[in-house]
Each structure stands twice: as C-alpha cells, then as structure tokens.
Design a protein around this ligand. Structure first.
Ligand code: SF4
Length: 410
C-alpha cells in the first residue's frame, strides 16, 4: 500500500535547519521545482498580527522556505496572500499592511522576492469539476500563472472547520469578497472544491506557535515548537490535526478531500517521519469550550459566520474582558452570519450583513464585516458597559501587544 509521507520536526534555536530537515524528510523538492518553475509561496497572513503571536505564519518560517526554494533557481518566486474578508480597504486595512506587520514583507525584501496582494490581484473565474458546493470560483491571476504552489499554514484550531492548516490556507488565493462564498455555500465543502481547483504542491506547516480556543492573544497561544512538511496537503492536515488532539474523522473537509482523491486523510495510509505523533501530541482547546468557560451566560449563534465577523467579534470580547466587564454580557445572545427566522432572546445583537433579517427586531450592526469599533459600541450599549473604559483597554492592548509578541517569540 502506497503511503503519503508527512514529516514532524522539533525546532531548536536554528529555525532554518529545522525547516530544511522537515522538507528533506518529506521527500524534498526534487522533481517539483526546477529552473523553469514559477513558484507561489502562500503563508497564512489572515490578519494584522505579529510573528510569534500564533495567529499568522511566522516570517522566519516563510523566510527559510523562500531561501531553500531560491537555491533551486526557479524562473520566478513570489510570496502571495489575500488576507481575510475585510482586508481589502487600503485606506483602512489591507493585505499589504498585514504582510508588513507580520514581518513577511521585510523577509521578502531581504531575499529579493516580490510580495503580491492576492485580494486586489486581477482574477479569473475557474470551473470546478465534480463540485460539491462551489461550481466556479474566482482565483487570483498570480496563482493561476504559477506552476508550483507552496502552502505555509500555521497550526490553529478553528471555530467552524475544527482545524485550519494547508487546505484552508488556500482561501487566500480567492480575491477579496469572493471568500464569503465559501461560508455561504458551506465552508468544509467549499474548502474541498477550492483545493480541487488550486491544490498546494508542497506544504510546510509552521508549528512554532499556534492558536487554540478563540485565538485570543496571549491566552490562547500554544507553543508546540514544531515544523512539518509533505507533498500531500490532506495527509499533512490529518497528521497535524491529530497532534492538536482533533479526530480526523470529525474534520469534514479532510474526509471530502480524501473522497475527491486530493490526498490521504486515513492515518493508516500515512507514514510519519521524524517525531512520532504520540511524542508531540498536545490537544488544543476547541473554540466553543473557551467561549463557555470564559464568557459564562453569553450565547453565540455563529455556525454560519465567516472569519470576518467572527474575528471582529472576538476582538470585542477581548476588550470587554480586559475592561473586566464580562459579567455584564450575561444573558446576551449574539448572532453572527445567517440569522435564524425566530430568535427567542430578550437581549440580542445581530452582527453583519448576513444577520440583517433581524434588523428592526434587535440591535443590528451593519457591514461585511462590520468594524470592531461599531460592534464594540453596540454590545456595550446593549449591555450597559462603559464604552470609554473598553476603548481605553483596547488602546493599552495595542500599545503593548507588539513588543510582547516579539519578546515571547524568541
Ligand atoms: S456579514 Fe460577516 S459572516 Fe457574513 S459574509 Fe460578511 S463577514 Fe462573513
């Protein structure tokens, strides 16, 4: 029985040598990248965060992978990303700002490689053969013009898809608002369809620092200190799901991808090289468990929301918690994403365009996604929380987070 190979390597002081070893153990890049190759390197820079927070791919991993690829002298190498929904407003926040804040842009400049904002790239509509949910998808031109795609996800659990690793990282190749489609059509089906159109040829996963729970920094930081690699993104995601304590059979997009023949999710058909899973396994805390314990009395209906609204709302929760006002959230129901027809709640806030059907019946925050300040103001208003106190804590957090993240990542 032919098996997919996935490497798992512990990272010491020398990040680059760990990345090199992970790539070699996974079969290396021979036959994949040659002088004619046009290579796209796709880290996960979904939001404006620093390397070392675990929210985005660490720039040191992206830098090491880029350097190793450049040694093969391919005809073109670019680092491309299209950050999450809401990151296509250059005067407010966009992918370039996220690439800069993460340190990825500086790494690219050091290595002489261009960075591309895939959210604002030109694009083409691509048909998806055997689509489960998404018959066509718009893909950024830079991606379609590349013949080798290297995915560099960061190890995280996810509120809607259980995990976000190599396969979900491909969402960044969809320009701007096209990403919303994946949530409207069913995220896990759409991930399988997207990877039918654009599947990574090689993956290097950043497991230096990851995120569990609600991705609240620093409470939800996990430090596995690992890197891994594989030519099979489904197998890589399967192995790193198990390291995070997530049952592979419960991750629907892994099952769909395996059924579509995109790779192997079945642990019996995967060979793990380097560290054994049992040696490095560290269960990550699921998101809804964190909501329940951290915000008792708060109900969140967010099954159909995408990361746009979810991330903004989680930021609001962080600010309210820092202001020590969590008690006041008790009894509140928050609706993110498509709203139910009937909402048996006395105190509720509906957030985002998808929840608009509740407008007029409950306090509503428009936008797609709405800005975190608007969400914070509305939640504070409904829960009688002093908004000035919350905004003050937000400012304090933003002043300290950068330095702290960098110190802890070293
Ligand atoms: S309104 Fe929110 S959940 Fe709906 S598509 Fe926009 S960002 Fe996503």
């Amino acid at each position: 029985m032919e098996k997919s190979v996935v490497s798992v390597v512990r990272v010491g002081a020398d990040v680059e040598s760990a990345v090199r070893r992970a790539i070699e153990l996974a079969g290396g890049l021979d036959g994949l990248i040659g002088p004619e190759s046009r290579v796209l390197i796709k880290p996960n820079i979904c939001s404006r965060d620093r390397s070392g927070t675990g929210k985005i791919t660490d720039a040191r991993i992206t830098g090491a992978v880029t350097k190793i690829i450049l040694e093969r002298k391919p005809s073109r190498v670019v680092i491309g990303e299209g950050s999450a929904v809401g990151y296509d407003f250059p005067d407010l926040q966009d992918t370039m700002m996220a690439l800069e804040e993460s340190g990825t842009k500086a790494e690219a400049e050091r290595l002489g490689v261009p960075v591309v904002d895939l959210n604002r790239d030109s694009h083409r509509e691509v048909e998806i053969p055997g689509a489960l949910a998404m018959k066509t998808v718009k893909i950024a031109s830079t991606v379609l013009e590349s013949d080798v795609i290297i995915s560099i996800p960061v190890m995280k659990t996810h509120i809607r898809s259980a995990i976000t690793l190599s396969l979900k990282n491909m969402k960044g190749v969809m320009p701007g608002g096209e990403k919303r489609k994946t949530h409207q059509l069913g995220l896990e089906l759409a991930i399988a369809d997207l990877n039918t159109a654009v599947k990574p040829h090689f993956t290097v996963v950043d497991g230096l620092v990851g995120m569990e729970g609600l991705w609240e920094y620093p409470d939800d930081c996990v430090r596995p200190g690992l890197v891994g690699a594989s030519r099979d993104p489904v197998a890589l995601d399967s192995v790193f799901a198990r390291i995070m304590g997530v049952e592979v059979r419960e991750v629907m997009h892994l099952q769909y991808c395996q059924e579509k023949g995109l790779g192997i999710a079945d642990p019996e058909r995967i060979e793990v090289c380097g560290e054994a899973i049992s040696e490095v396994r560290r269960p990550f805390r699921p998101a809804f468990e964190a909501v329940k314990s951290r915000y008792p009395g708060l109900a969140v209906l967010g099954e159909k929301a995408c990361t746009g609204c979810t991330n903004e709302f989680i930021s609001t929760l962080i600010y309210i918690r820092l202001a020590q006002q969590v008690d006041r959230l008790s009894g509140l129901t928050v609706v993110l994403g498509e709203a139910p027809e009937v909402l048996p709640a006395e105190k509720a806030v509906a957030i985002g365009k998808c929840a608009q059907r509740l407008e007029g019946r409950f306090p509503f925050v428009p936008g797609c996604p709405p800005g975190v300040d608007e969400i914070t103001r509305k939640v504070c208003e409904v829960c009688h929380i002093d908004i000035r106190l919350v905004l003050q804590k937000r400012e304090e957090l933003h002043r300290t987070i950068a330095g702290k993240a960098m110190r802890e990542s070293i």
